[in-house]
Ligand binder design. Structure first.
Ligand code: DQA
Length: 147
């Protein structure tokens, strides 16, 4: 069975109460539940993780090798700063989809740069919590087309 890791970075544990005008009121647990239900419906395995620490996210990407077939990554603010995450993605040879709840390109200029995008399979942003299942679909389609 295909297996996807959904990995969330800093401050995403606060979804639901964090800037609801930007990120909505859906909590990370709601999103996890949504992804698990969707994974069951389409017959894939899903693991869900979150960390506020850059090195933990690097470790989680490394650990995905041999365990999962692809990753959906919302790296939060590390998207815009982290060479370490970029290098980790380049090192693991797994398809990674960059995800953001908000449309980062319609926001402050410092959010327009991504260290993840050049090494990602693709990017989904601006669709709120729904982006997670869109990203799962995109990843599964990619895996089906390339395996
Ligand atoms: C975010 C966008 C980032 O710019 C921000 O730092 C986040 C959340 C999003 O999901 O819209 O923490 O990744």
């Amino acid at each position: 069975m295909r297996s996807i890791l959904i990995l969330n970075g800093p401050n995403l544990n606060l979804l639901g109460t964090r800037q609801p005008e930007v990120y909505g009121t859906t909590t990370l647990s709601d999103i996890e539940e949504m992804c698990r239900t969707y994974a069951q419906a389409i017959g894939v395995n899903v693991a869900f993780d979150q960390s506020n620490h850059e090195g933990d996210l690097v470790d989680a990407l490394h650990a995905a090798r041999g365990t999962h077939h692809g990753v959906v990554l919302n790296a939060g603010a590390y998207t815009h700063t982290s060479l370490a995450l970029m290098d980790a993605i380049s090192s693991i040879a797994l398809p990674v989809i960059e995800l953001h709840l908000s449309n980062v390109h319609a926001r402050e200029e410092f959010r327009h740069n991504s260290f993840i995008a050049p090494v990602a399979l693709g990017l989904i942003c601006g669709f709120g919590a729904r982006g997670y299942t869109l990203a799962m679909d995109a990843l599964i389609s990619h895996l089906e087309a390339t395996e």
